[in-house]
Design a protein around this ligand. Structure first.
Ligand code: PHE
Ligand code: ZN
Length: 897
């Protein structure tokens, strides 16, 4: 397989960027689609780029069979240099010339799902980042933008629907039962946004009229039989179109906008111009088969891909180092979209907490590990490895800080400026930041722009240390903020960041205090935002009768770790009273974390009951609180994850972390038993299913209550709640309640679980996405005496398992290796052995998926023995293979460095 290489790999560096030597103005592609041998005719009009020295044309290609090359209709000389097709003797001067390239490829053999491939008998393409070169020879780089005309020809019976980007201009019959369709994209685009789909599909359709009065056709294409799962995706698309117009004045620029779902997809979805291709997981949903989480994910991914139409497609990236230009910005936009769709402010806060939780459990470890890289990386071996939480989620936080610094309206003005300057161009992160600053000349962002941009260039999570000193003689409180950032690979010294710090002060009873700095005349109530630019600065608040409780970094105003030596009493006050929901939640997390760390670091045997009464009572008060939302309660009552706890330790014994967290959870289950009963009874009936934030929150809290009650029953031996849970599992009117009940039985390890699992499988054996949940639940179950790994092996020999399908592979292997640390890190190293076998096996046919899995051991250096040594051995075992993809090679090499 050509993607598996031996020998040295090339490093691509950002500083080496040069403009392309040629421009491609137009592309006419004709496809004769056939799974075994597809013929591709590519007619391009090119011209030399007068700004760079004259040189040969080097076209990228991969896994292609080249049949013919014509220049201006005549044969010409060419040579191959590795994967590149090199044409030396092209017409001189700046006149355009025509280049015709005829190739064939074998879509049915394409297991890496990059380029043109077949999924369940339907043709799909995936071109980002460098997949177009697997379809034809091309300048496969985002700064080459061309106009596309695409003709598809295929057997009409097997492939009745033929789609590509833009507008359908012609279709008709051909001989031998074949037919054709011709599509013209009115917008220029880089080749990574090219797409085609051909197969038997049906569409939900909706005509909409935009604010400005233009008409559009929206379509969601799925396999026949899946139509009853398309309503939510369509509604999300309609809401996305309306939101981008209302919030940013950005209209839909196409007559027709299509979404197509495929069950074989490496990622979540892809923003191809006018023809988004989605993993079925982010399209298909109805109340019987999808959970509340699925509904929310679909809304945000549909939004995300739609928003790319402006941030990514109309303005695209100059080179792949600029990936966060489109991804960070578009994640920020989809987060804002989901928040703006929330009717209640409390639901917005819940969304914010969930987003921060993702950042802290996935991105902070990345930033502290061997793959740490800046939001705008400086080098890569394989660009696929840089579709990361740093580029996406930290990138979104950087954009969010810009909004904080210029204000919501200033941000909208900055977006306007960005499109006024750069519409139709391929640009850089600098260009975006400059537009924001120029549209807001009096802002902190404009004043601090060069320093602010360190967020793009420096990797690592900054630490913000805060220290408060109250002086009763001057009635003042001095809060000193000090920032630092640990070295990351290739960056030993860090310069100070621009850190927006939102602060409030509370009195001992939890009331908001007016904030008055020494040099202000007027105190101001509520949250104030400060901008830390120095390594250390002190804020002196005056007119305070007693030492305040500081609420620092409200709303998580910057992606940093905040160190403040809170007393338990301070945290309890914040948990009970802070008006900032984020910090209110955070206070509970800090208390839980503190107790977890204390138990983990205690000498000798583990304490059976790590929680103290104060914590339990505080949790009871939140659970029973008359005014708080169920969704918020569920977040507060959820203990910090094992991954998050482990990140706070220098040396990690994963078994000890697991045991402590489980003990904490069981203690919470038992100590609050009657409160869990109340919570279940008070929230259980939600009427007809609607995936809105309020009823979603009620279902989340009921689900948590059931898990807790089953855990408590495990200790007491009482059959009551497991029995009720099984009944709820059977009677449930929607997938969320049904799955939560099933999960409660599995998580508590109750004997009823196996029956329920069998029944669930029987009920949903024809629903691939539901089966993924069934697999994932078992592979992610709490380990009891090492029983999960054998279960995982059994699941992988189950008739419904298929390693080639990324969703199914992830549902078992990733759920075990990446999401179940207590089961994965085994003293006998069998988990690591399993991991290395899977990485190697996956790499032979799908390097992208393999490289993601390879990252499950990123943090091996933190592990205590014997885990550390055996994890290293497992990584070395993978690295020692001569046949490895660039993708996996880069990950394991960096890991061992
Ligand atoms: N650009 C896609 C997104 O963020 C992600 C993606 C990358 C999908 C590479 C496929 C391949 O929406
Ligand atoms: Zn994206």
């Amino acid at each position: 397989m050509s993607s598996l290489r031996e020998g040295p790999t090339t490093v691509v560096r950002r500083e080496d960027y040069t403009a392309p030597a040629y421009w491609i103005d137009t592309v006419e592609l004709s496809f004769d689609l056939d799974p075994a041998k597809t013929r591709v005719l590519n007619k391009m009009r090119l011209r030399r780029n007068a700004d760079v020295p004259a040189q040969a044309l080097r076209l990228d290609g991969e896994d292609l069979n080249l049949a013919r090359v014509l220049v201006n209709g005549a044969g010409c000389s060419f040579r191959m240099d590795g994967n590149q097709l090199v044409l030396e003797s092209l017409p001189e001067g700046s006149e355009p010339f025509e280049l015709e390239i005829f190739t064939t490829c074998a879509p049915e053999k394409n297991t890496q799902l990059m380029g043109l491939y077949v999924s369940q008998g339907t043709f799909f393409t995936q071109c980002e980042a460098e997949g177009f070169r697997r379809i034809t020879y091309f300048l496969d780089r985002p700064d080459v933008m061309a106009s596309y005309t695409v003709t598809l020809r295929a057997d009409k019976k097997k492939y009745p629907v033929l789609l590509s980007n833009g507008n359908l201009v012609e279709e008709g019959e051909l001989a031998d039962g074949r037919h054709f369709a011709k599509w013209v994209d009115p917008h220029k685009k880089p080749c990574y946004l090219f797409a085609l789909v051909a197969g038997e599909l049906v569409a939900r359709e909706q005509r909409i009229v935009s604010r400005s009065g233009t008409e559009h056709l929206l379509q969601v294409f799925v396999r026949p039989g899946d139509m009853d799962k398309t309503e939510h995706a369509m509604n999300s698309l309609i809401a996305s179109v309306a939101w981008d117009e209302a919030r940013f004045g950005l209209p839909l620029d196409l007559e027709r906008f299509m979404i197509v779902a495929t069950s074989d997809f490496n990622m979540g979805a892809m923003e191809n111009k006018g023809l988004n291709i989605f993993n079925t997981k982010y399209v298909l949903a109805n109340s019987a088969t999808a959970t509340d989480t699925d509904f929310a994910n679909i809304e945000s991914v549909v939004g995300h891909e739609y928003f790319h139409n402006w941030t990514g497609n109309r303005v695209t990236c100059r080179d792949w180092f600029q990936l966060s230009l489109k991804e960070g910005l578009t994640v920020f936009r989809d987060q804002e979209f989901s928040m703006d769709l929330c009717a209640e402010p409390s639901a917005r806060a819940v969304k914010r907490i969930e987003d921060v939780r993702v950042l802290r459990t996935a991105q902070f470890p990345e930033d502290a590990g061997p793959m740490a890289h800046p939001v705008r990386p400086d080098s890569y071996v394989e660009i696929n490895n840089f579709y990361t939480v740093t580029v996406y989620e930290k990138g979104a936080e950087v954009v969010r800080m810009m909004q904080t610094l210029v204000g919501r309206e200033g941000f909208a003005a900055g977006m306007k400026q960005y499109f006024a300057r750069h519409d139709g161009q391929a640009v850089t992160c600098d260009d975006f930041a400059q537009s924001m600053a120029d549209a807001n000349p009096a802002s902190d962002l404009a004043r601090l722009l060069p320093q602010f941009k360190r967020w793009y260039s420096q990797a690592g999570t900054p630490r913000l240390k805060a220290q408060g000193v109250y002086d009763s003689s001057t009635r003042s409180y001095a809060l000193t903020l000090t920032q630092s950032c640990a070295p990351t690979p290739g960056q030993s010294v860090k310069e100070p960041f621009v850190i927006p710090v939102a602060i409030g002060l509370l009195d001992a009873q939890g009331g908001e205090l007016p904030l008055q700095l020494a040099h202000w005349n007027q105190p101001e109530a509520g949250t104030r935002s400060f901008v830390l630019t120095q390594e250390s600065e002190t804020l002196t608040f005056v007119n305070l009768d007693a030492e305040p409780v500081p609420s620092i970094l409200r709303g998580f105003s910057a992606p940093v770790v905040l160190d403040f030596d809170y007393s338990d009493a301070h945290l309890l006050t914040l948990l009970a009273h802070d008006v900032d929901p984020f910090n209110r939640w955070e206070a509970g997390q800090r208390l839980a974390l503190r107790l977890a760390l204390k138990a983990i670091q205690s000498e000798g045997a583990l304490p059976a009951e790590p929680l103290d009464m104060a914590f339990i009572e505080a949790m009871r008060a939140v659970l029973r609180h008359p005014a708080l939302d169920a969704a918020f309660k569920e977040l507060v009552l959820t203990l910090p994850s094992e991954t998050y706890i482990s990140e706070q330790l220098d040396v990690v014994d994963p078994q000890r972390v697991h045991a402590v967290r489980e003990a904490m959870r069981e203690q919470l289950a038992q100590a609050l038993h009657d409160d869990w009963v109340w919570a279940f009874e008070a929230h259980r009936d939600n009427g007809a299913y609607r995936p809105d934030p309020l009823s979603t929150g009620r279902r989340a809290l009921t689900g948590m209550a059931l898990t807790m009650l089953c855990l408590a029953a495990r200790a007491s031996g009482s059959p009551v709640w497991p029995g009720k849970t099984l009944q709820r599992f059977k009677d449930a009117g929607n997938m969320t309640d049904r799955f939560n009940a099933l999960s409660a039985l599995v998580v508590s390890g109750h004997p009823l679980a196996s029956d329920a699992l069998a029944r669930f499988h029987q009920l949903f054996r024809n629903e691939a996405l539901v089966l993924d949940k069934w697999f994932a639940l078992q592979a992610g179950a709490p380990d009891r005496g090492g029983d999960v790994l054998p279960a995982v092996r059994r699941l992988m020999s189950h008739a419904d398992f298929n390693l080639k399908n990324p969703n199914r592979a992830r549902s078992v292997i990733f759920s075990y290796c990446s999401a179940n640390p207590g089961a994965f890190h085994r003293a006998d190293a069998a988990g690591y052995q399993f991991w290395s076998d899977c990485v190697i096996e996956l790499d032979a046919f799908n390097p992208q998926v393999a490289a993601r899995l390879a990252r499950a051991l990123d943090r091996w250096k933190k592990l205590a023995e014997p885990y550390r040594a055996t994890a290293r051995e497992a990584i070395a075992r993978v690295a020692a293979r001569t046949q490895l993809s660039n993708d996996v090679r880069e990950v394991v090499t960096r890991s061992l460095a």
